[in-house]
Design a protein around this ligand. Structure first.
Ligand SMILES: Nc1nc2c(c(=O)[nH]1)N[C@H]1C(S)=C(S)[C@@H](COP(=O)(O)O)O[C@H]1N2
Ligand SMILES: [Mo]
Length: 372
């Protein structure tokens, strides 16, 4: 899209952030990309996205209500949920708005670069077992998950709510999670209970879960029927975002400039490493460029630790003095590939285009001082 037309309402034709966006960005912090060196992201280095306020939840008064079109509605305490069969799995979570800043013009929203991702070891109980126990009625088509957090969005007062089709909700991989990396969920990640839907973009993974309701109509709440849809104009219905498109990221080599984050690397052999993920299928290949996409070299992949967790990759580079733009791109076993340019859409979602890191290689000193 060119800038010959004025930007659509709700978007801006610029790469800077507004003061409202700065405020959102400080609350919803990003993943620290140097943490791509860890297979599991330490809790405080995982990204955060919270639409409203992080609620204060008292475990003594909290319960999970499972009802709607079910034969045996139940109300469960946290202890009852924790005493059910437990599963731990490593899952990569990525916000659907990750990469939004690459669009021109772009939606006024949380101004993500490429840092809205993280991989945690989540522990919880399979949703499927609970749905089987309450006997979902034949009339049900979807299951609605409601958080207890309240807010206003587009002038609509709401709880944060999302749904899954019954078929997706019954996928055995979907978990009701109460622990992250072996600890109770911290408040900001959804204490005491959240949904984890492996392979789906972040918005589906409802935090501070308080009810699960089977319904006989597709759910049309704000976060489902309006937000998180791919559209090119405001008045079209668009298509719902679901699974995570493939992406590879590189752990930034060398050392950063404090302000610009440009990297400084000593000349000579450099091991480039990073991680890649896709919500559709296992990662099939990662390619690396050290000349802004002129040439691509296939990276070595580590075994994938979990079907829905990122996989490590590695590549060797002989760093020559000068400035370089380094990038990487992933493809999955279904043939989904990362594009070189993002697919423009009004909300700024699913922008998985290749991202380039600027590297300055200095022949004399690994701590070269440079200016943009
Ligand atoms: N109840 C509730 N659940 C929520 C949200 C929210 O604002 N409220 N944000 C969603 C979005 S958009 C994302 S990307 C993920 C972020 O999860 P995290 O903050 O644990 O990384 O939570 C999702 N679940
Ligand atoms: Mo998100």
């Amino acid at each position: 899209m060119t800038l010959s037309k004025p930007p659509p309402p709700g978007t801006v034709a610029m790469s800077e952030v507004t003061s409202d966006e700065r405020q959102l960005a400080a609350r919803n912090h990003g993943f620290l990309t140097e943490a791509l060196r860890y297979p599991t992201t330490p809790i405080g280095m995982h990204y955060l996205l919270t639409h409203y306020d992080v609620p204060v939840v008292e475990p003594a008064t909290w319960s999970l209500e499972v009802g709607g079109l079910v034969e045996q509605p139940v109300s469960l305490t946290l202890e009852e949920i924790k005493s059910r069969p437990a599963v731990s799995r490593r899952v990569t979570l990525e916000c659907a708005g990750n990469g939004r800043m690459a669009l021109q013009p772009r939606a006024l929203s949380q101004p993500w670069g490429i840092e809205a991702v993280g991989t945690a070891e989540w522990t919880g109980t399979p949703l499927r077992l609970l749905l089987d126990e309450v006997s979902v009625s034949d009339a049900a088509v979807e299951v609605v998950f409601a958080g207890i957090d309240l807010g206003i969005e587009n002038d609509i007062r709401q709880r944060y709510e999302r749904s899954l089709t019954l078929a997706e909700a019954l996928r055995g991989e979907v978990l009701l999670v109460y622990a992250i990396n072996g600890q109770d969920l911290p408040p900001q990640h959804g204490y005491p209970l959240r949904l984890i839907v492996p392979g789906w973009y972040g918005m589906t993974n409802v935090k501070w879960l308080s009810s699960i309701t089977a319904v006989d109509q597709p759910f049309e709440g704000y976060q489902q029927g309006h937000a998180y849809r791919m559209r090119s104009v405001a008045d079209e219905r668009g298509t719902a975002l679901e699974r995570i498109r493939p992406r590879a990221l590189m752990a930034p080599p060398g050392i950063p400039d404090y302000f610009t984050r440009y990297r400084s690397v000593a000349a000579g052999p450099v091991t480039l490493q990073g991680r890649a993920w896709s919500g559709f299928a296992p990662i099939a290949s990662v390619e690396v460029t050290t000349d802004r996409g002129e040439t691509w070299l296939e990276a070595t992949l580590e075994p994938q630790p979990d079907r829905y967790a990122w996989v490590g990759w590695m590549s060797q580079w002989e760093a020559e003095p000068g400035e370089h733009l380094l990038g990487c791109r992933a493809a999955d076993a279904d043939g989904n590939r990362q594009p070189l340019e993002p697919e423009w859409n009004l909300g700024g979602y699913a922008c998985n285009a290749v991202h380039y890191l600027k590297i300055v290689v200095d022949p004399t000193s690994p701590i070269a001082v440079h200016r943009p």
